[in-house]
Design a protein around this ligand. Structure first.
Ligand SMILES: NC(=O)c1ccc[n+]([C@@H]2O[C@H](COP(=O)([O-])OP(=O)(O)OC[C@H]3O[C@@H](n4cnc5c(N)ncnc54)[C@H](OP(=O)(O)O)[C@@H]3O)[C@@H](O)[C@H]2O)c1
Length: 343
């Protein structure tokens, strides 16, 4: 219907009248204008759900801490059978212990480094053999595992660019490809955790932004391809929840900064100088303490994408500052948005 509406000639579109006052003589004039009138009909809310969750199974990656850890617990409380992929399962990490301590047969932690194909294959086997009927497939995959760093382009080594992409981008692609046959059988859901930094870039964040822009592109391609097969693909783009998760810590920032400075090419070190570098590190440390400590908007968004009959393509759990900034950065010409936020 929308396609028909968009391809209709202008003259056939609903005609509306725009009124304006003429300051000069105090009269009102009317101008006809044409609108595609995209009035929201039956607007989706976070309430409609696929009922019942029943024995639906989901795999969440990166459950040792942060969003993944909370998601595993929340989805379990919603009734899902949860496979929680943990990087530190074999090393008995704290997050793993806490999840295992729930002692539920509906929450199972599994060793999963998303960069290691042998671990991905092993988890696939574990899940396939745990499902009552593997031919009915796996309902959901949440690609949440991620890492980050900071630093200007000239401060960032190629090794760092590749390291971040290995987890955030190639890890997401690898896990998704492995699980798609099961997800297709269930006509299920793929939910990719991107970031507001997957929509708009920022200074000193290029290694992270590149990977999240990649996750966005991958998700769009996958969504187009999966639509005819009944699989729904959503992207969740959290804003700043740094204070709520383990993505950054002061020690982490300090360790990155020390390594970065030690490895800087002499010309970069000399041109920028230690003062500039140290100020950039302090800015990043300040950022570390910012953001929301309440991660429930992210948890709600992922839950909706897994349970709604009509999940959104993109979810924006972020505060107004980041939402407005994202709209301006993605809708206005670069010359204007750069002026507002960058220069
Ligand atoms: N926090 C935010 O403000 C924010 C904003 C936008 C997007 N995000 C995204 O949200 C997702 C979750 O991050 P978070 O903020 O919850 O940070 P987090 O607490 O650090 O969680 C990320 C998890 O991924 C795990 N991980 C790292 N490398 C992995 C690998 N190779 N294989 C499997 N798991 C791996 C980490 O394990 P270890 O702890 O053992 O390293 C950690 O448990 C990430 O994709 C991140 O980019 C976060």
């Amino acid at each position: 219907m929308l396609t028909a509406r968009l391809s209709r000639p202008l003259s056939q579109l609903p005609r509306k009248t725009l009124s304006f006052s003429d300051r000069g003589n105090g009269t009102r004039h009317s101008l006809p204008f044409y609108s595609a009138s995209f009035v929201a009909v039956g607007r989706r809310t976070y309430a409609n759900s696929v009922n019942p969750v029943g024995s639906k199974a989901v795999l969440v990656t990166g459950c040792d801490s942060g969003f993944g850890f909370s998601l595993a617990k929340h989805l379990h409380s919603e009734g899902f059978l949860v496979f929680a992929g943990c990087l530190m399962k074999d090393k008995e990490g704290d997050g793993v212990k806490e999840l295992d301590n729930l002692k539920s047969d509906r929450l199972r932690t599994v060793q999963l480094n998303v960069c290691k194909s042998e671990e991905v294959d092993k988890v696939l086997e574990i899940i396939r053999s745990s499902l009552k009927d593997p031919e009915k497939g796996l309902w959901g995959l949440v690609n949440n595992a991620g890492i980050s760093t900071f630093g200007e382009v000239e401060f960032t080594s190629m090794e760092t660019y590749k390291e971040i992409a290995e987890v955030n981008l190639w890890g997401t692609v690898q896990v998704t490809k492995a699980f798609l046959p099961l997800i297709r059988r269930a006509k299920g859901r793929v939910v990719n955790i991107s970031s507001v930094m997957g929509r708009m870039a920022n200074t000193a964040r290029s290694p992270y932004c590149i990977t999240k822009f990649g996750v966005e592109a991958f998700s769009d391609c996958l969504r187009y391809e999966m639509h005819p097969l009944g699989v729904k693909v959503s992207v969740v783009e959290p804003g700043n929840f740094i204070a709520a998760t383990s993505l950054y810590s002061l020690e982490h920032i300090r360790a990155i900064a020390n390594k970065m400075w030690d490895e800087l090419p002499e010309v970069v070190r000399k041109d920028y100088g230690k003062k500039y570098f140290d100020e950039a590190v302090v800015r990043m440390q300040t950022y570390c303490n910012s953001g929301s400590t309440d991660m429930s908007p992210v948890i709600k968004a992922v839950t909706h994408s897994l349970t709604s009959a009509t999940p959104y393509t993109r979810y924006h759990p972020m505060d107004y500052y980041w939402w407005v900034r994202m709209q301006i950065m993605t809708h206005l010409p670069g010359a204007i948005s750069d002026r507002i936020y960058i220069h």
